[in-house]
Design a protein around this ligand. Structure first.
Ligand code: HXC
Length: 283
């Protein structure tokens, strides 16, 4: 599906105000891997605009610096930490630095991902492993290192609750996607991690663990990489539900899951793709 997308857009949502109150995440501290670009950055922005303090982790210093500056210019408390989710020591250090800086950790968003288009025949086992390492093992590593901070029972008013984990996934693996065997396998593992942790940590620590599976989202590294400009397509004609989503759409789903509104949601991966993955040719 992804490989045959054309560019288009669902109109009117760019300028839309958030339907959530500006304080729904007041007092929360969120750490986002891949939070400096693409979908991760939009979630950073919206979480920040809704009251959260934001720590972003990424590999590229310049991207981090620019993102932190952009967040601060909107009045958001933000800090960036260099790190690679493939390195456990980076995960531990960034987690510790976040808590040192902001005093606590309430929300972990795993948005870092690796991707490239390649046929299974041409993909080396090391290429496969690299994406598994970033997406799947990286997600588990971050969750594992976050646990001791997220499970604390001193989270403000009301019954003591643990924190929240949000794993950014995909819909590629619901069927099969061309030239995405590595990412499909990696995201299938991410969804499985979401369910297992929701069970174990939901039960033991009152931590909610959910995912979001975005469809094609305009103006993201993923879509730029997977849908080259020159690619011709008649997708609209045979995908009845096809339209590109906006980063805002994913951030609003994240806000719902992270806010009190999502209190009873645990272990689910919310598909936010306009129904695209259901689409079949009309005839
Ligand atoms: C074939 C490739 C390749 C390519 C890397 N490899 N790029 N194989 N085609 N284009 C192979 C290499 O040959 C090597 O295997 C192995 O992968 C490791 O490559 P390195 O370059 O050493 O790895 P590294 O520098 O760590 O980079 C990993 C990376 C990452 C995965 C390429 O840099 C990356 O993709 N960054 C972009 C992040 C990104 O686009 N994020 C958005 C994700 S969007 P050998 O055998 O040669 O050693 C997303 C959406 C998914 O996830 C869902 C969409 C619907």
């Amino acid at each position: 599906v992804f490989y045959t997308l054309m560019r288009g857009s669902s109109k009117g949502r760019d300028s839309m105000e958030s339907p959530f109150k500006a304080n729904v995440l007041e007092g929360k501290v969120a750490l986002l891997t891949g939070g400096g670009s693409g979908i991760g950055f939009e979630i950073s922005t919206q979480f920040g605009l809704h009251g959260a303090s934001i720590a972003i982790m990424g590999r590229r210093k310049q991207v981090l610096d620019d993102a932190v500056q952009a967040l601060r210019s909107q009045g958001i408390r933000a800090i960036g930490f260099e790190g690679d989710v493939r390195r456990r020591e980076d995960a531990a250090r960034v987690m510790e630095s976040t808590v040192k800086h902001f005093g606590r950790l309430d929300i972990l968003v795993n948005a870092a991902a690796g991707n490239f288009l390649v046929s299974a025949e041409d993909l080396s086992p090391n290429g496969f492993r690299t994406v598994m390492d970033i997406d799947s093992v990286g997600t588990f590593t971050m969750c594992h290192e976050a646990l001791k901070y997220l499970k604390k029972g001193d989270r403000g008013k009301g019954p003591a609750r643990g924190g929240l984990i949000l794993n950014i996934s995909a819909t590629l693996h619901y069927t099969a996607s061309w030239y995405q065997i590595h990412v499909s396998a990696a995201k299938a593992a991410v969804d499985s991690i979401t369910r297992s942790l929701a069970l174990e940590w939901g039960t033991d620590h009152d931590i909610r663990v959910n995912g979001i599976a975005p469809g094609p989202i305009e103006d993201t590294p993923g879509t730029r990489k997977l849908v080259p400009d020159e690619m011709p397509s008649k997708s609209r004609e045979y995908m009845p539900l096809y339209k590109l989503g906006k980063k805002w759409d994913i951030a609003m789903a994240a806000l719902y899951l992270a806010s009190e509104a999502g209190n009873y949601v645990n272990g689910t991966t919310m598909i936010v793709d306009g129904g695209l993955w259901l689409s079949k040719p009309r005839h």
